[in-house]
Design a protein around this ligand. Structure first.
Ligand code: SF4
Length: 153
């Protein structure tokens, strides 16, 4: 019998819209998928991360802090197939809108950026580490998600 794939879902800076939508998809599909996979980490459902490595990881959001940066590099190292989930992970938008602010707008948010140790530039996950596959959308669509995810199960 094949070993179950270890799956993780990690959220970086964003509104978490894609993972909320993913819960909707799980409501319909998770029972069947659990024949082939184990949900090893997903903060929205399970907040303990015991796994040291993953077969498949879905990542949403953008990289805006040193902490995000360190975590995505660690996740990349322990993952076989890293999938960008949603436009923020793939293109940075809409989360990275501040990169396009004019001088006055940037000055207006400077205090907040410093206070919370934000990086000077917000980056898509794809700009920071290699993604093995992508599910675009804001939020993701069910059909596109299923098509990409099932390739790796
Ligand atoms: S792509 Fe859209 S829905 Fe998904 S996390 Fe980013 S802003 Fe939210």
């Amino acid at each position: 019998m094949n070993k179950k794939k270890k799956v993780g879902i990690f959220t970086f800076t964003c509104d978490e819209g894609c993972s909320i939508y993913l819960i909707e998809i799980f409501n319909k599909k998770l029972i069947a998928w659990l024949e082939k996979m184990e949900l090893a980490y997903f903060l929205s459902i399970k907040d303990r991360r015991d796994a040291k490595s993953f077969d498949i990881v879905l990542v949403e959001g953008a990289i805006t802090t040193e902490r995000d940066l360190k975590e995505i590099e660690e996740v990349r190292k322990m993952t076989k197939v890293l999938i960008g989930m949603g436009n923020c992970a793939i293109t940075g938008m809409p989360t990275c809108q501040r990169n396009n602010f004019n001088e006055n707008q940037t000055e207006a948010i400077k205090g907040e950026l410093d206070k919370f140790n934000f990086l000077p530039k917000c980056q898509a996950i794809k700009e920071v580490v290699k993604l093995d596959d992508e599910i675009p959308g804001c939020p993701i669509g069910e059909e596109a998600f299923v098509k990409v995810f099932e390739k790796y199960l």
